[in-house]
Design a protein around this ligand. Structure first.
Ligand SMILES: C[S@@+](CC[C@H](N)C(=O)[O-])C[C@H]1O[C@@H](n2cnc3c(N)ncnc32)[C@H](O)[C@@H]1O
Length: 304
């Protein structure tokens, strides 16, 4: 299935692109956002990160039709600071994250992201890494499974599911795992809306790719890469990612003066929050793009 970019125009509008600026797309994917950024640059340059070779190949073909002033960096965006430094880039004018997996990855059954089609348990965004969902499901202790299911899946039946997984090992494929999850859940949950394996699959994906820690480190680093007036735009798809973004933006847009101390020189915080509340897709977009339903976009501007 084609990947339909979420919040395409709204995200690019928020980047406030200058034609001679330096921009970074941390999540190139099918190059939806990157293409629009590149089309707005003249003497500026775009650096786009992805850790997935398939995404990079598709994106390159698309970007070549628009311009030459771009560089694709095949790396995890956790390395953004060091990777840009290698290329002599220490300051940028705008940074975008459109988190998660693309439809190409989700719909490619053999990548093991989907609970709807059978495949080896995998879920690696970077296929060159050794650690996959198979290792977690078959090697983690009961306590480790419960921890990630609660923390990353917010799954109320984490203990029951962890116990069933351990009883049914080895579990090799996505649909075998879905069956085990179903066996652990009460009938009323199986009858309710939403796929019964959704939360566990989310937890496994986050753990395999270390998604929250990677995003947290990267976002903290990029604030220091921004030029004054530069913007960072984050599109997230679940409450855990959104919480990381909200916390980092809040910590960097407020100054804590200990109670009782006088305010002498009113120092400004590094960031100005552009979005007090997250921007969400329009009704039109929601009707045309299923992936857009849980999307939230937050924007901040470097002010000092
Ligand atoms: C939702 S898609 C981006 C779609 C893109 N904005 C578009 O319009 O086509 C996310 C992409 O980011 C990549 N990605 C996710 N986390 C990453 C990370 N930590 N480092 C590098 N790439 C990452 C995924 O491999 C995927 O291709």
């Amino acid at each position: 299935m084609e990947h339909i970019t979420v919040l395409l125009e709204k995200a690019i509008e928020q980047l406030n692109i200058k034609e001679d600026g330096i921009y970074v797309d941390c999540t190139l994917g099918g190059a939806g956002h990157s293409s629009l950024i590149l089309s707005k640059l003249k003497s500026g340059h775009l650096y786009s990160f992805d850790q997935d070779d398939f995404a990079i190949n598709i994106a390159k073909e698309r970007l070549d039709k628009i311009g030459k002033n771009y560089t694709i960096i095949r790396s995890n965006f956790v390395n953004i600071k060091s990777e840009l430094e290698k290329l002599g880039v220490t300051k940028v004018d705008g940074i975008l994250y459109d988190l998660g997996v693309s439809s190409f990855q989700f719909d490619d059954a053999k990548r093991g992201f989907s609970y709807n089609s059978d495949a080896k348990l995998d879920m690696r965004m970077d296929s060159s890494k050794d650690f996959s969902a198979h290792d977690i499901v078959n090697k983690y202790s009961y306590d480790e499974l419960v921890r990630i299911f609660y923390m990353y899946g917010e799954e109320p039946f984490s203990k029951q599911i962890a116990r069933k997984i351990i009883e049914n090992r080895p579990i090799n494929t996505t649909l075998e795992l879905v069956d085990v999850i179903k066996k652990a859940l009460p009938q009323k949950v199986l009858n309710s809306k939403g796929h019964p394996a959704k939360r566990i699959f989310q937890a496994l994906r986050i753990e395999v790719n270390d998604e929250l820690k990677v995003f947290e480190k990267s976002l903290n680093d990029v604030i220091n890469l921004l030029n004054i007036d530069g913007r960072v735009v984050v599109i997230s798809f679940h409450s855990l990612e959104d919480r990381v973004c909200k916390t980092i933006f809040k910590d960097n847009s407020t100054i804590n003066i200990p109670k009782g101390l006088p305010i002498i020189n009113k120092e400004l915080p590094k960031l100005e929050l552009i979005t007090k509340h997250p921007i969400t897709p329009s009704i039109d977009e929601l009707e045309n793009n299923n992936r857009a339903h849980s999307a939230k976009m937050r924007v901040a501007r470097r002010q000092i």
